[in-house]
Design a protein around this ligand. Sequence first.
Ligand code: OSB
Ligand code: MG
Length: 370
Amino acid sequence: MKIEAVTLRELHMPLVHFFETSFGRIYDRRVTLVTVHCEGVDGWGECVADEGPYYSEECADTAWPVLRQYLIPLLLGKTIVSARDCPPLLARVRGNRMAKAALENALWEAEAIQRAIPLWQLFGGTRAEIPTGVSIGIQNSVDQLLEKIATELAAGYQRIKVKVKHGWDLRVLDQVRKRWPEILLSCDANSAYRIGELDHLRQFDQFKLLMIEQPLWHDDIYYHAQLQKQLQTKLCLDESIRHARDAELALTLDACRILNIKTARVGGMSEAIAIHDAAKARDVPVWCGGMLESGVGRAHNIHLSSLENFRLPGDVSASKRYWKEDIIDPEVTVTAQGTIQVPNVPGTGFRIKEDFIEHLTVRKETLRAK
Ligand code: OSB
Ligand code: MG
């Protein structure tokens, strides 16, 4: 596969409902898309870096120049056998994993199309459908949250995850549990707490949560291990796991007993698969996280989740929870049993709506091999 050209685009997409985490509230997304053009085959990838550097160091205004000036030039004109050849080509650039993931994932899609097999088959997925849950942001009121949870449970979702922070945690979880004593419930703190708050964090145990996601510092593993010793509830790491070595360290230290995997956070599909395998070798379950993706990233998440050790419901939910109209056809839908079917056709099984994308595009540039 010769990488002849890469197109970079930025789209503006309003969310159907604001999304709030412990690091802030957003109303719309700046979606950066890359298209790799390889000998008549196009593969699409999404860079989920957001408006501000709050979830991670990357943001839309760092990803674009890093892609344009540093990453894309490392690929242009290169001939690769498989998308797995991409990470070594990009290794010279440190960090910037969301930007790298967009390119690598686009190449996985191109490879699947070129070989005329479903994306999941390229990396040995085994699930025909994936169990799924929802991540529900901080709301204006607890009543509003309860109403949202009721809607998502009625839609069939298998697990509810609520975002928490100081002032929106114990009282909120208590009300959710009182109304639904039995549901699979978890919470995600996005690094809202500190190890000195042990007495407060211990109180989460009363809610029988499936897990607490990333309670402490975004770059910490050691103190999470200290915390895990003090809690009954399983910890799950998201932000702290940048690559398979972080996952090995976290699992060795027992800093978490569940892993959230996002290709964006770890630099692409290859590293995500390596983390999946590392967790599987230790019999630790993983699930696929989300970054409010458009259909392009959502499609890749669905295929990734077909790997065997994605044993817990992920955050990969229906397009309509985020978008009035998604940029893929068909949109992602969820069955009444709270699952998503993994397409069994060549590529991702979702057609890219190029006309609609063009309409949403605010900047675009194509870089070509010399
Ligand atoms: O921590 O998982 C997270 C969204 C933006 C940034 C971080 C996170 C999230 C989510 C949303 O929880 C998951 C989704 O895409 O539905
Ligand atoms: Mg998270």
